[in-house]
Design a protein around this ligand. Sequence first.
Ligand SMILES: [Fe+2]
Length: 335
Amino acid sequence: MKFWQKSLVAAALTAATLAQAAEVNVYSGRQEELLKPMLDKFSKETGIKVNLITGKPDELISRMQSEGRNSPADLLISTDVGRLYRAEVQGLLQPIDSKVLTDAIPAALRDPKQQWFGLTKRARPIMYVPGKVKPEQLSSIEDLADPKWKGKICVRSSDNIYNQSMVAALIAQLGEEKTQAWANGFVKNFAQPPKGGDRDQIKAAAAGVCDIAIANTYYLGGMFDDAGDKAAAEAVKVFWPNQQDRGAHINISGAGVAKHAPNKAEAIKLLEYMVKPESQSWYAVTNHEYPVVADVKWSQRLESFGQFKAEQLQLSTLGELNAKAIQVMDKAGWK
Ligand SMILES: [Fe+2]
């Protein structure tokens, strides 16, 4: 091949690479239906094709780890800060410097090292059965360790990350010793050995197994939309704990750009798109999650759960204290 021929081939290759570059590979621990319409809109507006791979968050993290430098992943989307933190400490993410993201997302809801960003807020309040419990009897999460609640509480198992993060938040704010004492008492108040997911705790309360369930708000919201679960959803009410002190426990779903992202610029564009007010309100309406961006309207359902004061913790702490939280739960005999 002559030199000019080689140059032509090289130019053609560069053009091909550029044409292909307008895409982004998303590894998502969130279900497809909770993302796809927003991603389609993003593609339409930007011309960037989104290749979506969904799976269990922990499996996607392992997959990125085994793929190493060859991983096609650009963006990892996950629920719960505990998992995003895990991906970060395993070296799977990279810091992103974006004024759009830091301006839109409150500092407590994103990584201080800028490796992950909260995209939606979720809350884990107390849900109670009116008629069996009066709201005046409820106050804080701490109070649920009191023997007066013996046999009255439904909550899922300790291998669930939402519970691990909730306990990590207690350790951060009360210290390990007090949290251990709390966990010991709390476990004694379980109505049954933990089983099933958050929805199952609400259903158990509705069925009379317990008077109080601990669950994330979007599960309750989703049950109202689901004909089969609507009656159970109507049987409980939300109580916001710790409103006189630090606020109710919250968590996030969020995302981070992969360490070896082949399409880093597109991944950042997508992240920035997800904090636009339209995207934020779409999330809130579709999955009953709270926007991370200020001044975005809540869905009617979220409004019906009421306003609340949220914990102000830097959420990366929940990842840092995850192992300790698991220890505390184990010691307390939380199955
Ligand atoms: Fe969930």
